[in-house]
Design a binder for this molecule. Structure first.
Ligand code: HEM
Length: 505
């Protein structure tokens, strides 16, 4: 009996040994070896002087690793990446050490072209914290492939031409509501955000432009709350695991905010149902909801819907604010633009003909240049799926990559005097000399923006309607406005403009 008891303990031990060894290998040894291998591999790469333990983290937030000040981190981010990139400009890339973790930061368009290739579609871990679940922006490669195919028809040329009509209607009422009486500088942030939200809700959910006012307002407020929380969550490993985060005050607040977003969305879906079932409301010709219905599960449906709404209005709103602000600093550009616009769209002509809109070449140049100078999405990140070679440097599979749009867009070798707003960089002759990977406001490669044509059309309609009715004068110096690290490139100070009706209106 005793012998057989001993046997079973022994055999249990023998049986457990391989299992325990396996877990130790997979969860401890392998990652540790990977970690050491990468640290050694990137040790000799070009990089700004760093602290051996903290790497460059101290550049990003000075009191690292002690409780950090989120605002100072948000303000310092661009300064720090610029410092890293400027250190050795001859190199195509630099390494940004976040503690002992190397992250590759491409500095040249050649590096972007190699790194953002077909295979490298895996996003870095912090996309998970954006509150967009497994929607298109954050999903893993296998799911992303299927969903991207499913969603593409929403952005077909025919569909986009169709969206111009309600974009034009919304922008018309936006311009009618602009209060120009005071003659004081204003930041149009709130009005612009709620207007671009109206547009995407109409395209995606067939919600009429003037409907569900309360829910629209709360959605804008909630999206504003989620953005800084993404950064806060990414910076603190304690918040990375859902159940651990939920024990903290911040974690509870973060998840409650996401729950509220889902609730608002559920109410909007009910409203859509009501409207479509009522005889007075004309059914929309395949909105985003009907495209997904029956093809994805409930969670997937919510994830894609919130992704489309968030990605589809916030970016455009930030882009438009910068476009108006840049135009407000350049009366000469504005005047030339005005003359082009009234040639194609005099008086109150509707601005809903995409072909005619696309004939406004100078408009295109002005918008392109603003998206270069102030790209609304300023950073995107990947893990390499395979080794790649940039110049003579081998980058290892699984390395994190951070692409900073402002760094690529301010390369003086491609854009002389890069801080200057100069739409003439984009005349056909000049544009032909700019490499494709040197202009990346909509990303680069297979995971670039699915909605870019939608966004450009919307930005053009706003700009046409606004410039033909008003002249703009920006009152703050462009260079005095630091940018803030959020999902979108937010200014730290209001983008103030004086909006004056044109005399002939
Ligand atoms: C000026 C406006 C916009 C800018 C600057 C912009 C920029 C970007 C960028 C840089 C990416 C790539 C992000 C990454 O690589 O991680 C992206 C992806 C995406 N954008 Fe946009 N975007 C804009 C407007 C829109 C609009 C209007 C929509 C939808 C209606 C949209 C939907 C998306 C989606 C779903 C993705 C993920 C694509 C994928 O991973 O396959 N965006 N956008």
């Amino acid at each position: 009996m005793a012998f057989s008891g001993l046997m079973s303990v022994e055999s249990l031990k023998l049986g457990l040994l391989p299992i325990v060894s396996y877990f130790i290998y997979v969860y401890l040894l392998k990652p540790a070896l990977h970690f050491v291998h990468r640290a050694i591999h990137y040790h000799g790469f070009p990089c700004y002087p760093r602290n051996f333990i903290f790497g460059h983290s101290l550049l990003f937030w000075t009191n690292f690793p002690f409780p950090y000040n989120l605002e100072s981190f948000q303000r310092m981010f661009h300064e720090a990446t610029n410092k890293l990139a400027a250190h050795d400009q001859d190199q195509s890339l630099t390494v940004c050490w976040l503690t002992l973790h190397p992250n590759v930061l491409p500095v040249s368009h050649e590096a972007v072209e190699v790194i953002m290739n077909k295979k490298n579609v895996r996003k870095q871990f912090f996309y998970k914290f954006m509150g967009l679940g497994n929607g298109l922006v954050a999903s893993e490669p296998a799911l992303w492939k299927v969903r991207r195919k499913l969603i593409e028809p929403f952005f077909s040329t025919k569909k986009i031409k169709g969206y111009a009509k309600h974009m034009d209607q919304e922008v018309k009422s936006f311009t009618q509501q602009l209060n120009t009486e005071t003659g004081k500088p204003v930041d149009l942030e709130d009005q612009i955000h709620s207007s671009t939200l109206n547009i995407i809700l109409k395209s995606a959910l067939s919600i009429p432009l003037d409907d569900s006012i309360e829910d629209k307002k709360s959605l804008t407020e909630l999206v504003n709350k989620v953005e800084p929380n993404l950064v806060r969550r990414s910076l603190n490993p304690l918040y990375h695991i859902d159940w651990v985060a939920k024990f903290t005050k911040f974690g509870r607040y973060y998840f409650e905010t996401l729950d509220l977003v889902e609730k608002v969305l559920a109410r909007m879906l009910n409203r859509r149902k009501q409207l479509l079932s009522s005889t007075s409301h004309e059914s929309e010709n395949q909105d985003f909801v009907s495209l997904l219905e029956g093809k994805v599960d409930q969670q997937g449906f919510f994830d894609e819907l919130i992704t489309m709404i968030a990605a589809g209005h916030e970016t455009t709103a930030v882009g438009l604010r910068w476009i108006l602000f840049n135009l407000g600093h350049h009366p000469d550009v504005q005047e030339r633009l005005y003359r082009e616009i009234v040639q194609f769209f005099p008086d109150d002509t509707p601005v809903d003909d995409m072909d005619k809109i696309n004939q406004c070449n100078y408009l295109d140049q002005c918008i392109k240049e603003s998206l270069r100078l102030n790209p609304p999405i300023h950073v995107f990140a990947r893990y390499l799926e395979e080794d790649v070679v940039v110049k003579d440097k081998r980058l290892l599979k699984d390395t994190g990559v951070l692409v900073s749009c402002p760094i690529i867009h301010h390369n003086p070798n491609v854009y002389p005097d890069p801080e200057k707003y100069d739409p003439d960089r984009w005349t056909p002759e000049n544009a032909s000399k700019i490499p494709k990977a040197a202009y990346i406001p909509f990303g680069y490669g297979p995971r670039s923006c699915i909605g870019y044509r939608y966004a450009i059309l919307e930005l053009k309609i706003y700009t046409i309607q606004i410039i033909r009715k008003f002249s703009l004068r920006s009152t703050r110096k462009h260079e005095s406005i630091p940018s803030k690290f959020e999902i979108t490139l937010k200014p730290c100070l209001p983008l103030e403009i004086i909006v004056t009706p044109r005399n002939n209106n």
